[in-house]
Design a protein around this ligand. Structure first.
Ligand code: SF4
Ligand code: SF4
Length: 343
């Protein structure tokens, strides 16, 4: 009961902070376009520097199945909005990519969602097991809305070797109680497999695997199913009006993410809902060929120069575009004040 109260207070505080940010964002949009861009460049400069020294993505996302079972009004993958055919990635295609990751000793994040719900893939644990075996040092994350989490699915994915299970619980209000299936999973599975002291909640970054060989990062966040977030490059169903887009420049996504959908197409970022800005296809090329190919390079060059207008999707996107919080205190505070409509 005590935990539940703290949890609710934390979520209510977040909702209050969000309201403050919404008004700051309103005033940001009132500034001249030139000033908006200069502020954006100032805040994102550290992130830009960070990624200019990195030559590989730090997260690979497999959209294993083009389907979700939630009704988030801000997301084109929601039940009421999705118009994509329901397709699942073949295991062979997935294995090809995992083998390539194994060849380069990939040790960064592997995730099983783009605009989709990973637990809707029936044999998800088999996909996870392969990644665990071939890329033992990678960080395997399941980010889920928790709706399909039951004891059996939970046990399967934990035993397959995930490092992280993060649940975004989308509900009408932030005060709704924890769903029964999640409670049951925690009591009957999670805390049977792991000692409580080895379940880490909300730690930033990765856990030291050598120090904590038997651990899991487990987080759950209550979120509003009817929120208005970023416009996802124009795909967000509840934010179609692009007239008031702020003038933003650099975006880190094409420097940090590699998104693959069910047929092997690689998109430019997770906001590329239909994979329409195709960087390549992993059936025809290796992941490194695509990552180092001209399409990604041209996109990154434009974003480095703060020229979102050179790319059709970026030109209509209001994603703030930064992965790491600025180290500088002032930058960080300005960012926290303005960083709202994101996901
Ligand atoms: S935000 Fe996530 S949970 Fe919600 S509809 Fe989209 S994919 Fe599903
Ligand atoms: S600005 Fe938007 S569309 Fe462009 S790379 Fe970033 S998230 Fe994707």
């Amino acid at each position: 009961m005590w935990n539940q109260t703290i949890f609710d207070k934390y979520n209510l505080l977040n909702s209050f902070k969000k309201k403050i940010k919404i008004s700051s964002s309103y005033y940001f949009k009132k500034l001249s376009r030139d000033r908006q861009l200069r502020i954006h460049n100032y805040i994102t400069s550290d992130d830009k520097k960070f990624y200019s020294n990195q030559n590989l993505f730090d997260a690979i996302f497999f959209e294993l199945r083009t389907k979700c079972n939630s009704q988030c009004t801000f997301c084109a993958a929601s039940i009421q909005n999705d118009i994509r055919p329901d397709i699942t990635m073949s295991f062979e295609l997935y294995e090809k990519v995992i083998n390539e990751l194994a060849e380069i000793n990939y040790d960064k994040r592997i995730s099983f969602h783009v605009n989709s719900e990973p637990l809707l893939v029936k044999n998800l644990h088999e996909y996870i097991s392969l990644a665990r075996k071939k890329c033992p040092n990678s960080w395997i994350q399941i980010l889920s809305n928790g709706r399909s989490l039951n004891n059996q699915r939970g046990e399967e994915i934990l035993n397959a070797g995930i490092d992280e299970l993060s649940l975004n619980l989308y509900r009408k209000t932030l005060t709704e109680k924890l769903p029964m299936n999640i409670k049951k999973f925690e009591e009957e599975v999670l805390y049977k497999i792991y000692n409580k002291e080895n379940v880490y909640h909300g730690l930033p970054g990765k856990i030291n695997k050598k120090r904590f060989p038997k651990y899991i990062k487990y987080t759950k966040t209550k979120r509003l199913v009817e929120e208005v977030l970023s416009n996802r490059a124009g795909s967000a169903p509840n934010k179609k009006n692009n007239h008031e887009l702020p003038n933003l420049g650099y975006c880190s996504h094409p420097f940090s993410q590699f998104n693959i959908t069910v047929n092997g197409d690689v998109g430019q970022c997770c906001a590329d809902f239909f994979f329409q800005s195709k960087m390549g296809n992993v059936k025809n090329n290796s992941i490194l060929e695509i990552w180092n190919g001209n399409r990604f390079k041209n996109l990154r060059d434009s974003l480095k120069k703060s020229q979102r207008h050179n790319n059709l999707l970026c030109a209509g996107c209001d994603h703030f575009g930064m992965n790491n919080l600025p180290k500088n205190f002032i930058k960080r505070q300005i960012y926290k004040l303005l960083f709202i409509n994101d996901d």
